[in-house]
Design a protein around this ligand. Structure first.
Ligand code: KG4
Ligand code: ZN
Length: 337
């Protein structure tokens, strides 16, 4: 008998609903929020209001696209955290109410685990990683290197001690006057730029941890100094600046990832999270994997940035393991709360 799961994701600024049949996605709908563009970042209050407006229509469209009615569902999986509390509350309340009304189980999902488990969504073009594997999870709020031992057993090896990788991209973009989220724009401009044009320092942090705040400050000072003598400095050098900061961020990530793979001798490597959509990171990882003989797993683009398909697949594995959620579950803003 097939298992049907509805996944709900509202941790940040994307309202998403997905319907899964076993490990296959029937629909994965995402409503983004344009409202934050002019603010240089996500405005929490505006995000939760937009989730309230989007959640019902997004779920409705997901059912229509999946071609099933809600009575087919076996469970509802939702993101409990980490994320913005007001945003999480919308998805949590929706999932609880619907599960209660339909008398079906509720499943709590951790957003970061879900980014990793997106690798197990059935996809004709890629095969899922074999356990255990090393995963570099790089998003707007978190950056970490873990050993994935089982679906819900992750060992943390290292993480950022300040800004997340996506945050580093977004802050660099903001310095350049680009709108939020800046990561995809840096990626785009960098494709026509010279990554050696501006030298940026490599932060020195011990172990598998890393840091981006020093890099961001150096980038800020570099631009401030050049602007003193040339008011058009950014405009004239935008592509090269994007390529240089992108290279510096990816150098840090790949250096620590390589250390982790070499020390653990686990040569199965995956990336996950919004920054794994970055074209240079994907290409450089492919080259590195070829050179070092790693088996590499890169998620399809639609499962890199926030989406409910990853919540639904995490829900599927919890359903199979009998790990149920509770009507008294409260969202958590940070990990380990
Ligand atoms: O995983 P995600 O969608 O949301 C969080 O869980 O935070 O990640 C969003 C982050 C943002 O910082 C965004 O700028 C970054 O992922 N991002 C990218 C690219 N696409 C999204 N960063 C660099 N290059 C990209 N192509
Ligand atoms: Zn995310």
């Amino acid at each position: 008998m097939s298992i049907y799961i509805l996944g709900i994701e509202t941790s940040c600024d994307d309202t998403s609903a997905a319907i899964l049949k076993d490990n296959k996605i029937l629909a994965n709908k995402i409503a983004g929020q344009e409202v934050h563009k002019g603010y240089g970042g996500v405005v929490p209050e505006l995000a939760s209001r937009a989730h309230q407006q989007h959640i019902v229509p997004v779920v409705d469209v997901a059912f229509r696209e999946a071609g099933i009615t809600k009575d087919k569902l076996h469970a509802i999986a939702f993101t409990r955290g980490p994320g913005l509390l007001g945003s999480l509350l919308v998805g949590t309340s929706f999932a609880k109410a619907m599960a209660l009304g339909m008398n079906i189980p509720l499943i709590e999902v951790d957003h970061l685990q879900a980014h990793v488990l997106a690798h197990f969504i059935h996809n004709n073009n890629t095969e899922p990683p074999e356990l255990p594997f090393i995963c570099l999870t790089v998003s707007g709020g978190h950056s970490q290197i873990e050993i994935i031992k089982d679906y819900f057993q992750f060992e943390l090896l290292g993480q950022t001690i300040d800004d997340a990788a996506g945050e580093a991209f977004d802050k660099a973009a903001k310095i350049l006057g680009l709108p939020y989220p800046g990561g995809p724009l840096i990626d785009k401009h960098a494709q026509d730029g010279n990554s050696e044009a501006f030298k940026l320092p490599h932060p020195k942090v011990t172990g598998y941890n890393y840091s981006f705040s020093g890099l961001k400050t150096s980038f800020l000072y570099l631009i401030r100094d050049h602007l003193k003598s040339d008011a058009d400095f950014i405009k004239k050098n935008l592509n090269d600046l994007c390529a240089s900061i992108q290279k510096a961020i990816i150098d840090v990530l790949l250096h620590k990832l390589t250390m982790a793979v070499e020390d653990t001798k686990i040569k199965r490597v995956a990336i996950a999270g919004g920054v794994s959509a970055n074209s240079s990171l994907r290409q450089r990882l492919k080259d590195l994997a070829n050179e070092k003989g790693w088996k590499l797993h890169i998620p399809p683009f639609e499962y890199c940035t926030d989406n409910a398909a990853m919540i639904a697949i995490a829900g599927y594995y919890k359903y199979k393991a009998g790990i149920w959620g509770s009507q008294s579950a409260v969202p958590y803003a940070r990990k380990n709360q």
